[in-house]
Design a protein around this ligand. Structure first.
Ligand SMILES: N[C@@H](CCC[C@H](N)C(=O)O)C(=O)O
Length: 279
């Protein structure tokens, strides 16, 4: 059997996108591994699956699988890719598309050229919603790492868990070591995406993210939203911030507590293909 796929990216965070609106897609671990593997398969950070809506208030269901096969509730860059995918494949001609993930309902719209904007919803800041083990909500938390070293972090849920660490220079930040240390920390029972935030000025930041289930990616959309939310709560950022990531730039808007986060950035189709898969 042949499975048709589309390879896309959003600021270098890359995806294999599957249209399961007309044909059922079974996310078998071996198939997801083959699609994600950069040497033995197609290669991507996340596999995205578009399904017919399970409820009438949305246009599509949107399932997200990290490269390690874990299913998760949010992928911001992927949602822009999805918006482009459904337009290009003629699955929808609406200006605004509503999609449901495991944890969120998102609104996606085309801006111009390759640019798309996503209403990512209201960030959840209570520790239990992240989930993060803390007695009460705070803007900064001090975690103790295995070696007894204290580390100051901010946390937020964008429909998936994020920790944010302020660094002086993202180029020299210990992204993989600290990323892995936080992902296995007992304070994060569902693990965590770890963002390293360098504030250049209140309107510009640089960011690297060590993603759950994928390692460091060239961009993380939900990570950019979480970093701006945390930076705003720390009183260091404006309501509109350009986030420079390794694969490009995202613009994040957040008016403050109780308001949704808006993310604007690119979505690009790279190629399409078929992969042989035993039925
Ligand atoms: N790259 C994504 C986030 C994908 C999911 C994440 N790794 C998780 O496990 O929560 C984005 O652009 O938001």
């Amino acid at each position: 059997m042949k499975l048709h796929f589309t390879k896309m990216h959003g600021a270098g965070n890359d995806f294999v996108v599957i249209d399961a609106t007309a044909r059922r897609f079974q996310p078998l671990p071996a198939l997801l591994a083959r699609l994600s593997d950069r040497r033995f398969g197609v290669g991507c950070d996340q596999v995205l699956v578009v399904e017919s809506p399970s409820t009438p208030d949305v246009d599509f269901d949107y399932r997200i699988f990290n490269a390690d096969g874990s299913e998760v509730g949010q992928c911001g860059n992927g949602s822009r890719a999805l918006a482009r995918f459904v337009r290009e494949r003629g699955l929808s001609d609406k200006n605004v598309i509503r999609v449901r993930t495991q944890t969120s309902v998102l609104e996606l719209r085309h801006v111009d050229g390759d640019r798309y904007r996503v209403d990512m919803g209201v960030p959840q800041l209570e520790p239990a919603a992240v989930p993060f083990a803390a007695a009460a909500r705070a803007e900064r938390y001090t975690l103790t790492l295995a070696q007894g070293t204290p580390l100051e972090i901010g946390v937020a849920s964008m429909g998936n868990p994020h920790a944010v660490i302020a660094v002086a220079d993202v180029d020299t930040a210990p992204v993989a070591t600290l990323g892995m240390a936080l992902q296995s920390h007992p304070a994060f029972p569902q693990s965590v995406n770890v963002g390293f935030l360098q504030i250049v000025d209140p309107r510009h930041v640089r960011l690297r993210v060590y993603e759950r289930g994928a390692g460091e990616t060239l961009a993380c959309g939900s990570g950019a939203c979480a970093a701006v939310v945390v930076g705003r709560l720390w009183g260091q950022l404006d309501p509109v911030v350009d986030v420079q990531v390794r694969g490009g730039q995202l613009t994040i808007e957040w008016a403050g507590e109780g308001q949704p986060v808006l993310m604007t950035g690119p979505a690009v189709t790279v190629f399409e293909g078929d992969i042989e898969w035993p039925n």
